[in-house]
Design a protein around this ligand. Structure first.
Ligand SMILES: NC(=O)c1ccc[n+]([C@@H]2O[C@H](COP(=O)([O-])OP(=O)(O)OC[C@H]3O[C@@H](n4cnc5c(N)ncnc54)[C@H](O)[C@@H]3O)[C@@H](O)[C@H]2O)c1
Length: 267
């Protein structure tokens, strides 16, 4: 029996990257999966791939920046599969051109990123929770980012929105725990999704990898497996937590390479 047998999941932004990988892993574990994405064609294609692999899935249009659209996706899920027990709030946007330092950031972009990255988590959760109560419980999983924990010279809105997602995760966990609704998060480090590969030159990818404690990059399935765990009853005593999945990139004291060099010289 699959680890998610009998569960029904809605995944936002499931047509590519981490969301797509998670949708496939959830379906393999027996969940009925609805993939909601701005890219409707991609969502339908993903669902077809899952069905061809023996799973149960639907692909639908969802715009995470529009409240009604999120509500429609939740209604669709409940009408189609009679319940909703997993919500994976995965959609998130970044913009290297407009989301800059605090003096230069485009404030319209600030609002847009806050709306998509943060408010969509509130909206998805508020519409999902009554259905989870009806089902006797559920699991909400939010995608944060390591940008929630380490700051950067640009991407102020992205980092602030993801830090807020980490804290909101605790609020949801506190408010609905007695309804047997858990809420946890994942904070990925760099994960080589197709979009990330397009955005980062091979040189930059190699530079990132150099700073990982582990000798390789993260892949979408590395996050997907953690989300499956958080969605499953295996994590039934875990709530309000955000798992940092980043290959040890942020583990060492930043001065460690300097002291390693110094130690070499002094040998
Ligand atoms: N890839 C990384 O290195 C990384 C690192 C940290 C955090 N994250 C977070 O992981 C999540 C997924 O990232 P990814 O790298 O897999 O992204 P991705 O770009 O590969 O996929 C995102 C999906 O979301 C969809 N989408 C975008 N805007 C949407 C909207 N308004 N409504 C509905 N769907 C929309 C896209 O069509 C796409 O299918 C995001 O929240 C991101 O911030 C990613």
């Amino acid at each position: 029996m699959g680890r998610l047998e009998g569960k029904v999941a809605l995944i936002t932004g499931g047509a590519s990257g981490i969301g797509l990988s998670t949708a496939k892993l959830m379906a393999k574990e027996g969940a009925k999966v609805v993939i909601g994405d701005f890219n409707e064609e991609g969502a339908k294609q993903a669902a077809n791939e899952i069905i061809a692999d023996g799973g149960e899935a639907s692909g639908i249009f969802l715009d995470a920046s529009v409240q009604e659209s999120i509500k429609d996706a939740i209604d669709y899920t409940v009408n189609k599969y009679n319940s909703l027990t997993i919500l994976y709030n995965n959609v998130g946007l970044t913009n290297l051109q407009k989301d800059l330092d605090v003096v230069n950031i485009d404030l319209d972009e600030w609002d847009r990123l806050m709306n998509v990255n943060l408010k969509s988590v509130v909206v998805g959760s508020r519409y999902a929770i009554p259905h989870m109560k009806d089902a006797g419980g559920g699991s909400i999983i939010n995608t944060a980012s390591m940008a929630a924990f380490a700051s950067d010279s640009i991407r102020s809105a992205y980092g602030a929105s993801k830090a807020a997602v980490v804290h909101l995760t605790k609020y949801i966990a506190t408010q609905y725990g007695k309804d047997n609704i858990r809420c946890n998060g994942v904070a990925p480090g760099l994960i080589l999704t197709p979009a990330a590969k397009n955005n980062l030159s091979e040189d930059l990818q190699a530079e990132f990898e150099k700073h990982n404690a582990l000798p390789y990059h993260g892949e979408p399935d590395d996050i997907g497996h953690a989300v499956v765990f958080l969605a499953s009853d295996e994590s039934k005593f875990m709530t309000g937590q955000t798992l940092q999945i980043e290959g040890g990139h942020y583990l060492a004291n930043p001065t460690t390479p300097f002291f390693n060099e110094l130690a070499k010289k002094n040998k």
